[in-house]
Design a protein around this ligand. Sequence first.
Ligand SMILES: [Zn+2]
Length: 252
Amino acid sequence: MQGRKLTQPQFQDGHPRPDPLAEERQTNSRRTGQGRGILRGCMRFIDLTHPMRDGLPGFQNDPQLRVEPYSSMQRTMCNISRVTMSSHQGTHVDAMAHFLADGKAIDAMPLNWFYGPARIVKIPKEAGEEITVADLFKHQAFLRPASRVILNTGWHREYGTQRFFAEAPSLTREAGEYLAARKLRLLGLDLPTPGRETYAIHHALFAPEVETVLIESLANLDAVPDSFTFIGFPLHFAGGDGSPIRAVALVA
Ligand SMILES: [Zn+2]
């Protein structure tokens, strides 16, 4: 090889080949905040999850979220926290077992229920207002059996306040039953609960012939386009009635 100048000396001394896609991966990584993975081209994740922070307000009758130091660097050379919370803390999914004695628990719900194409439906509401059948009927083209639909009322902007729970907009009982009749695969809400008639609406959505996945307290819905891939898996609680999820939108 005399006389030929090697511009990549790492070939000679046994270092790995330079990665021809490194620059593209770096660009994608900066754009998406992700490392190497399945993401292609311009795909990116948008977080739809409220942060879990010690002392955040919660449902009045639920265990309050506590995140406390348990072990520290000084004591045990590592940090460990004790987390106390409701199974319905923050951005979370309800299992059918939340309201039905013989309904599916978290670990009986198929994983593909929590992943797939989703559609945002915008129904802006203020404190205490009702979401009616008429509000939903305008979007009936998107309320198809087996579809994933997320209602953006704008109330997610109130998360972290007491009024988020006390003054949330509410589906009417009829609106809840209308959604149940549409047999959606997944219904996402930026509300802490579907409505003031909580028993009737949950029972309609969780009935064995419906079994709509209900996601509550979604965040950041103003940041997503109308269509995206929803991902939001629960923790694997054996027999669980609900679980926090890390909800994200995968956007092309
Ligand atoms: Zn819940």
